[in-house]
Design a protein around this ligand. Structure first.
Ligand code: NAD
Length: 482
């Protein structure tokens, strides 16, 4: 334990030792023997100290002119760009993200910061005719205040930043509680914020568990906004606390994302993008494809192509630039996915065998697996598995396919492969999903486009793009009478 780094909180611009002495090992998912760091379990008092720092920093940050806030965000982007290689390697090691995707995520962070630097200087508010003659009536947008960000491990830089960047651009101050499984990346993010010379207290990181540190943040009276991304069960608990406190919140949660392959689809493209959406990063994206509904007349042709595409996706090691599929995040996730498949015992169409390479046994690798769902209501077709497991269903026609696609408690992301415009339009109107694609992958989203889902996938308002301004600001209607 002595040689392994012990993470500290980043509060008020300084590194602070945790108050308690309980630690969580931060394990490299590619090699269980590699302990990256020890993460403090954190105490409620740590969360309170971070909120206090953010509250003190708020007064000067919120009145800073937009161009000045933009300048900080540009500087932060430049620091991240300069450390891109180191950050991507650290990400691959900590969360098992194949290095090519890790590099993509770091590049995206730079884009996110630059986009919101632009948003900080965009015109705000509007002038509204008043009933009183000669009065000037207009709206202002003001920051919420201190916002708490609670984030998962799977996009360890991009998710914290796509929340923190708009929060800061619009004058809020931030306390981030990252996942215990991506705590080292959050500390690196804090390092980059410090290097960009963000004013002390504007961006704070407090480590620890959800029930202790997370709950303390959610209940802190100075916290006026909550943005959460993670599992649906935790999201529901977060939303309940926010609603009880009447604090603005958004929760971005799980998915059971679907591809529909119509009878007239380009089957090669459909197979390639379904395999990629389902298996890259071992299916551990909220937008990963986990179901494919195939028109019955092309089922066998599509499955043959899908098999070739899935088998062509290189499994780790994650530092290999060609790697597409890495390990699962933890031994627990591996055990849980193994158990779910063993209990349900679905018909396995192909995949599921790890290559005989000892490197894959050192970590939590799980071979890409394609199964046939017994029915759209089967537990495996309903529950988010968060691994490289794709299930198939067969549809008689488009309406049947859409009905099967909609038959889950989630509604995050969907794609349809077709060459027919009428088919595409009918699906766009009827699919229950926040991110709707035609002839594309279910994963990935432009940082300047609204992001979020229907039904159990999201609550509160969308993230990103113009939706972020709505979330991180309050409208004030002002009337100045003569
Ligand atoms: P998780 O719900 O286990 O944890 C998310 C965060 O919540 C962590 O920081 C955790 O410590 C914290 N937390 C846990 N219990 C808490 C509590 N009682 N109070 C407050 N905070 C608490 O999720 P995870 O395993 O880190 O991430 C995977 C999940 O995230 C998947 O379900 C995935 O679909 C979802 N996800 C959704 C999106 C999206 O935008 N919709 C994006 C990425 C991941």
């Amino acid at each position: 334990m002595a040689d392994v780094i012990r993470l500290r909180h980043f509060i008020d611009g300084t590194w602070r030792a945790a108050s308690g002495d309980r630690w969580i090992p931060d394990v490299n998912p590619s090699d269980a023997a590699d302990i990256i760091a020890h993460v403090p379990e954190g105490e409620a008092s740590d969360a309170h100290a971070a909120v206090e720092a953010a509250a003190s920093a708020l007064e000067s940050w919120r009145v800073l002119a937009g161009p000045a806030r933009a300048e900080y965000l540009h500087r932060w982007a430049a620091v991240i760009a300069a450390r891109a290689d180191e950050l991507a390697r650290a990400m691959a090691r900590e969360v098992g993200k194949p290095i090519a995707e890790a590099r993509g995520e770091v590049a995206r962070c730079v884009v996110i910061l630059r986009y919101y630097a632009g948003e900080a200087v965009r015109e705000v508010g509007s002038v509204i005719p008043a009933q009183v003659p000669n009065a000037l009536q207009f709206t202002l947008r003001e920051p919420l205040g201190v916002v708490a960000l609670i984030t998962p491990w799977n996009f360890p830089l991009a998710i914290p930043l796509w929340k923190a960047a708009p929060a800061l651009a619009f004058g809020n101050t931030v306390v981030l509680k990252p996942s215990e499984a991506s705590a080292s990346m959050a500390s690196l993010l804090a390092e980059t914020a410090a290097a960009a010379e963000l004013p002390p207290g504007v961006f704070n990181v407090v480590h620890g568990t959800g029930p202790t540190v997370g709950t303390a943040l959610l209940r802190a009276s100075a916290v006026r906004g909550i943005s959460f991304t993670g599992s649906s069960a935790v999201g529901a608990a977060v939303a309940a606390i926010a609603a009880e406190r009447n604090v603005r919140y958004q929760t971005e949660m799980g998915g059971k994302n679907v591809v529909i392959v119509a009878g007239d689809a380009d089957l090669d493209a459909a197979a390639a993008l379904t395999a990629s959406g389902a298996m890259r990063y071992a299916g551990q994206k909220c937008t990963a494809t986990s179901r494919v509904v195939i028109a019955k007349e092309v089922e066998q042709d599509f499955l043959a192509r899908l098999r070739a595409q899935v088998e062509a996706l290189p499994l780790g090691p994650v530092d290999d630039p060609a790697a597409a599929v890495g390990p699962l995040i933890s031994e627990r996730s591996h055990a849980s996915l193994t158990r779910s498949l063993a209990e349900a015992a679905p018909e396995r169409l192909f995949g599921g065998e790890l290559p005989h390479d000892p490197r894959f046994r050192r970590g939590f690798y799980f071979a890409p697996t394609v199964i046939r769902f017994e029915s759209a209501d089967a537990p495996l077709a309903q529950r988010e598995l968060f691994g490289p497991v794709l299930g198939t269903l067969v549809a008689d026609d488009l309406d049947h396919a859409i009905a099967l696609a909609n038959r889950t408690p989630y509604g995050l992301s969907a794609s349809l492969f077709t060459r027919d415009l009428r088919t595409a339009l009918r699906y766009v109107q009827r699919i229950e999903a926040g991110l709707v694609r035609v002839n594309g992958d279910t994963t990935g989203v432009d940082p300047h486009a609204p992001f979020g889902g229907f039904k159990g996938s999201s609550s509160g308002s969308r993230e990103q793009g113009p939706a972020a301004r709505e979330f991180y600001t309050e409208i004030k209607t002002v009337q100045i009478n003569p």
